[in-house]
Design a protein around this ligand. Structure first.
Ligand code: HEC
Length: 264
């Protein structure tokens, strides 16, 4: 009997013991919430522009074509070619294979920057949204930065001039009692303790924090779109299909009732 209790207890307590290690966003813990909006073309267009300007030099989108993106995001092709495509020989039907040579990249970064077409599916939109906002200064690293979500990442912090310089700092946080409430002393004041590992901006950048979050929102939204360009059509058509099923079931039921009348 005791053995059974021990087995049941260990099964239920395992996630608690290991939860810190397997947190979805690494040292950051839970990822920040993210909900994509694939019908917001303005956001997707802004995300595309940020991607081409700051990411495409290293990360290809090799399962995606220029023309498809232009059509889906309603960007006239001549505007796309004038503003975002720098290689004169590119055609609308070409895949977005990027320009970086893999061997050079491996030499520079130790690891080649991966293709990002499917990154919001191999990780999650929440992971990508949080990852891009959690770089911090760390002199022990090659590029002087580290990342809370992906510790030891070999990627330089390419957006630091927009976000500002982040460092890890400490702050006073309330002590939580075993019942889940905040611990208080006899005068009913909250008891706090100093904890470290929190991000704070040391030197502000060109954007406010809200401005930077919104830039990364749009960038992640674009990456969700690129991961499955047919997703918004699929989700839109899905509603019609469900609507059809409901109406069809209602009509069949009425017909069934009509037939039943003849039997009795
Ligand atoms: C100077 C080159 C460079 C630029 C520019 C760059 N990255 Fe990276 N990125 C890397 C490298 C190298 C890695 C691989 C890190 C590793 O695995 O240690 C990486 C990794 C990533 C990852 C994690 C991928 C995975 O599957 O683990 C994401 C997401 C990412 N980059 C997004 C971006 C975005 C978005 C931008 C534009 C704002 C960007 N990167 C700009 C070099 C770059």
């Amino acid at each position: 009997m005791i053995k059974i209790f021990i087995i049941i207890f260990s099964i239920y307590s395992a996630p608690i013991v290991f939860s810190a290690e397997s947190a979805p966003c690494g040292d950051y813990g839970e990822c920040d919430d993210y909900s994509y909006d694939l019908y917001n073309n303005e956001s997707l267009q802004k995300g595309l522009a940020t991607y081409i300007n700051y990411c495409y030099g290293c990360h290809s989108l090799k399962y995606s074509r220029w023309g498809r993106i232009a059509a889906d995001l309603e960007i006239p092709e001549e505007i796309l070619f004038e503003n975002l495509i720098f290689n004169q020989e590119t055609k609308p039907g070409d895949l977005m294979t990027g320009s970086m040579i893999k061997r050079n990249a491996e030499e520079w970064f130790g690891v080649a920057p991966p293709d990002l077409t499917l990154v919001t599916r191999s990780h999650s939109p929440e992971w990508v949204y949080t990852y891009l906002r959690t770089f911090y200064e760390d002199d022990s690293k090659q590029y002087g930065v580290n990342n809370l979500v992906y510790p030891g990442a070999a990627m330089p912090n390419v957006l630091s001039h927009l976000q500002g310089k982040q460092v890890l700092g400490c702050k006073e946080v309330p002590v939580i009692a075993s019942n889940g409430g905040v611990k208080r002393d006899e005068n009913r004041n909250d008891i706090t303790e100093e904890k470290c590992g929190y991000l704070k901006i040391k030197e502000s950048g060109e954007l406010t924090q809200a401005g930077f979050d919104s830039l990364i929102y749009d960038l992640t939204n674009f990456l969700v779109y690129v991961g499955e360009p047919a997703k918004r059509d699929r989700e839109r058509i899905g509603w019609y299909v469900i609507f059809f099923f409901i109406t069809f079931t209602a009509l069949s039921f009425l017909l069934y009732r009509e037939y039943q009348k003849d039997y009795h």
